[in-house]
Design a binder for this molecule. Structure first.
Ligand code: H15
Length: 253
């Protein structure tokens, strides 16, 4: 784990005198709303099921832009014993990232915009036969309450943004991404007293969507091969990690 001192700067905007708003507030809002719409669209038309393992299903649509593979990806999974908040929290928090990420050389927070929104700079592991990539993106975590009875929906969005502390230095290539993790908590046989809910009575329904542009040409077959292997691997490893981490902890609703 890396100490909080790796945070290079707090927001330049003085959020306290600005109703908690910052320069990216409107962008964050727009992208969050787009994901909440998009998550409802089904995958019966034009999507290929590229991986299935128990409850986990990974779909993709083959799309190229100017000869560059930008295949949208949509994954569904159901995980027993954890809440949507727990899944999203472990995905968003910087301190756990290198414990479950296997595709990164490094990660750091270069700006904190508000308590729920930070800007990450990451160096990705080089994937044969492509050059190494980096990424710079805002990452936002949010809870959306649906109704008084229902459990809230939790989500995290990672969205590429430029930043003066992270200039693109050629020959370094930058990934362009729009990624969302959206989670619902299901409680089976809810006891009369919410305090009596046990981990065996909860599960998390997860949807993960990714639009990633490699930011430069990569051979199509190689990139599709990497994606087909790495996304299921990520989902399996990350969700098992959260189950392990939370097993003996109080449930975080
Ligand atoms: O979502 C994942 N990881 C987060 C947290 O590290 C970051 C991610 C992101 C990726 C790129 C840019 C910005 C943000 O949201 C899990 C990612 C799993 C990675 C699966 C491997 C993808 C392979 C295709 C990448 C293109 C590589 C080009 C050479």
């Amino acid at each position: 784990t890396v100490p909080v001192s790796t945070i290079v700067s707090k927001s330049n905007d003085d959020n306290s005198e600005n109703n908690g708003k910052h320069r990216l507030t409107d962008d964050v809002e727009r992208i969050v709303q787009e994901h909440l719409q998009y998550v409802r669209e089904d995958v019966s038309n034009g999507w290929d099921l590229i991986h299935q393992d128990g409850e986990m299903k990974v779909y993709r649509r083959e799309v190229e832009e100017n000869g560059i593979v930008v295949d949208p990806l949509k994954c569904f999974h159901t995980i027993k014993g954890v809440t949507g908040h727990e899944i999203c929290r472990y995905f968003w928090e910087f301190q756990y990232r290198m414990e479950w990420e296997t595709t990164l050389d490094s990660t750091k927070i270069i700006e904190a915009l508000d308590p729920d929104t930070v800007i990450f700079f990451q160096l990705h592991k080089r994937v044969w036969p492509a050059a190494q990539r980096d990424s710079c993106f805002w990452s936002h975590i949010r809870c959306i309450s649906n109704s008084d009875e229902d459990q809230p929906t939790w989500l995290v969005v990672n969205y590429t943004t430029p930043h003066p502390l992270a200039p693109i230095k050629s020959p370094q290539v930058r990934l362009v991404a729009n990624v969302a993790l959206i989670c619902e908590t299901i409680i089976s046989e809810p006891p009369l007293n919410p305090k009596d809910i046990k981990r065996e009575n909860i599960q998390c329904k997860l949807t993960y969507v990714a639009f990633v542009n490699p930011g430069g040409w990569v051979p199509s077959a190689a990139l599709r091969g990497v994606a087909k292997r790495e996304y299921p691997r990520f989902l399996k490893r990350f969700t098992s990690y959260v189950v392990e981490q939370t097993r003996n902890k109080p449930i975080l609703f």
